[in-house]
Design a protein around this ligand. Structure first.
Ligand code: TXA
Ligand code: MG
Length: 316
């Protein structure tokens, strides 16, 4: 059978070598991470970064996250502080991104950070991303591998859906376990959550022994963070408990029956599982040709906060 996905590869030594060579040339590769799949390019190369913005059709004012293997690598580019060390020790490598001051001598191209003097950095846990970072002498700028304002990909085929053959290599590293993007926390001055994720504000509060001012923080956004985002391209209506004809209902919990237009995020009411299923469900519903998505109320605690953040933006 002809392989229609000629740019999707399983991870092995040969593909590792190819990825390294391509990244060194300033090309982009699609890589798995534990949160979502990323579109990776050399963070020190103006050319590679230009390709990322162009391919994603991303607004230039929306800065990218820079990915590192370890502290030694990141130390070249950003200024660490006490809060950073505390959170790094607890969660890294893992699904959390830190906004820190950029060092004057950093080689990160200014287009990566949308010409800000801060950098968002992350230490991914996925072994494919780590194996590649180990072999590079530059960090990887890596936004989610989807067209700007769309749904993040959670497997290699989703990445192919977004960019078709426009990327030469997409590494298949299985399904992204977490399934939503990393928590983004600014550690410049007083810590602030810029994007909720699976690492919750309460957990961060406990470690830093601070408390986020909810009202105030809700106004703070990442630069370039679009109000409409994570959108599957069909209307989404929140807090519903039924769906009209030709429409899908995203459900949660065991009280919802199996119906052909019902899509349960977690029958056992597990919010972590629901987060992992969210984007996959958006794509499935879109592919089946439904015209609209209704969503039941999702509890707004723990991972539910991140789910509701994505739902609200998708519905905007
Ligand atoms: O889980 C993730 O973080 C994934 C995987 C691939 O690592 N990446 C990801 O990247 O979600 P992206 O580009 O889709 O989202 C980056 C977010 C944006 O909301 C952006 O505004 C914010 O990080 N950001 C980047 N640099 C920033 C900075 N210097 N200050 C504040 N926010 C920043
Ligand atoms: Mg994104």
């Amino acid at each position: 059978m002809k392989n229609i996905y000629s740019n999707i590869f399983s991870f092995n030594k040969k593909i590792l070598v190819k990825c390294i060579a391509d990244l060194k040339k300033g090309n982009l590769v699609g890589l798995p991470t534990e949160t979502v799949y990323g579109l990776a390019g050399n963070a020190y190369s103006k050319n590679a970064i230009k390709k990322i913005y162009n391919l994603k059709k991303r607004p230039k004012k929306n800065p990218l996250i820079v990915h590192y293997l370890n502290l030694d690598q990141a130390n070249k580019d950003v200024v660490f502080n006490t809060n950073f060390y505390k959170l790094y020790d607890k969660f890294c490598p893992g699904p959390i991104t830190f906004v820190l001051k950029k060092k004057k001598k950093s080689k990160i191209h200014s287009s990566v950070t949308a010409y800000l003097d801060t950098v968002a950095i992350r230490f991914p846990k996925h072994f494919v991303a780590r194996s590649i970072l180990k072999k590079l002498n530059f960090p990887l700028a890596m936004p989610s591998a989807n067209l700007s304002s769309g749904v993040s990909p959670v497997n290699a085929y989703d990445v192919h859906d977004e960019f078709k053959k426009k990327i030469k290599i997409i590494v298949n590293g299985g399904k992204s376990k977490i399934g939503i993007e990393s928590t983004v926390v600014s550690l410049i001055d007083k810590p602030k959550i810029l994007r909720p994720g699976i690492v919750g504000a309460n957990t961060i509060n406990k470690i830093l022994k601070i408390s986020f001012n909810k009202k105030k923080d809700s106004k703070i956004r990442s630069p370039g963070m679009l109000k409409r985002h994570y959108s599957p391209g069909i209307p989404i209506i929140l807090n519903q408990n039924k769906a009209s004809k030709n429409c899908a209902l995203i459900t949660f919990g065991k009280r919802y029956k199996n119906k052909t237009n019902f899509f349960n995020l977690s029958k056992k009411s597990d919010l972590k599982e629901a987060a992992a299923n969210l984007y996959k469900t958006f794509r499935k519903i879109k592919k089946r040709g439904f015209k609209k998505i209704y969503v039941v109320k999702i509890p707004n605690s723990g991972p539910g906060i991140a789910i509701n953040d994505r739902l609200k933006r998708a519905a905007n």
